[in-house]
Design a protein around this ligand. Sequence first.
Ligand code: BEZ
Ligand code: FE
Length: 286
Amino acid sequence: MAEFNTAAHLQEVLDSFSHCEDARFKEIMTSVVRHLHACVAELKLSPEEWISSVKFLTATGAICTDKRQEFILLSDLLGVSTLTVGINQHRGDDCLEETVEGPFYWKGAPELPLGADISTGVSGEKAYYYGKVLDANGCAVANALLDVWSGDGDGNYDMQLPEQTEMLARGKFRTDAQGRYSFWSIKPSYYPIPQDGPAGLMQGKLERHPNRPGHVHFKISADGFYPVNTQLFVANGPYLESDCVFGVKPSLIVNYIEHAAGITPDGKHLNSTYYSVPFDFRLTAA
Ligand code: BEZ
Ligand code: FE
């Protein structure tokens, strides 16, 4: 019996796209189908294995809600999010590095005055974040918007807490005329990505640990500059070397400087120890 002609079959499928008028869509579909066929042929995938892939994707979609995005998690765990961010946002080694947005961004955080505290109701040790947004020459970028979010000191995001309907540890801040920003939040803990869905089960089956190192997310934008999605990572914490979503960049690892109780850098009096986290963000002109 002659072998099935995989090359002719692939060509027949690609030829069927010939009337597509959207050139980019056609290019994407051609590449996806080429790689998919090559993968199935190389693996000699059985019908049962193919159906289990379909079931896996079906389950991935079924668990998604407005607060849970399992496809983003899957893309993060497979390194595809870091790849797309890297090839689209990398502006050179001296500039602020980009990293993944992750599935816990919640649009519409309140814009707050500089120095505001977003740690109310959030477990964890207090931390004061401050610094400047600068251009490539070190000049201040005024009116830059920093959209900030993080999990808490126990490794949970507000969206993951069953009873929590309001935002926690989220806020937007605008730099002043000198490019300065500041706000209070907490020192975030490392945490495991959700493991009760298909993406987490895949991670377990690959015998990979499910943890991200402690970090705070920033979406930074300013007129005339490329927007950047990034994170600051807590130095000396666990999983910096093996982030399960491949998001850590050495330039984004920051020291949390510990302080005794007393007068804080913004002139408040705190009864507990706290951290300060100085960091300047360097944007690239668009
Ligand atoms: C996060 O940083 O929030 C995150 C990123 C990727 C997967 C899961 C969580
Ligand atoms: Fe995160």
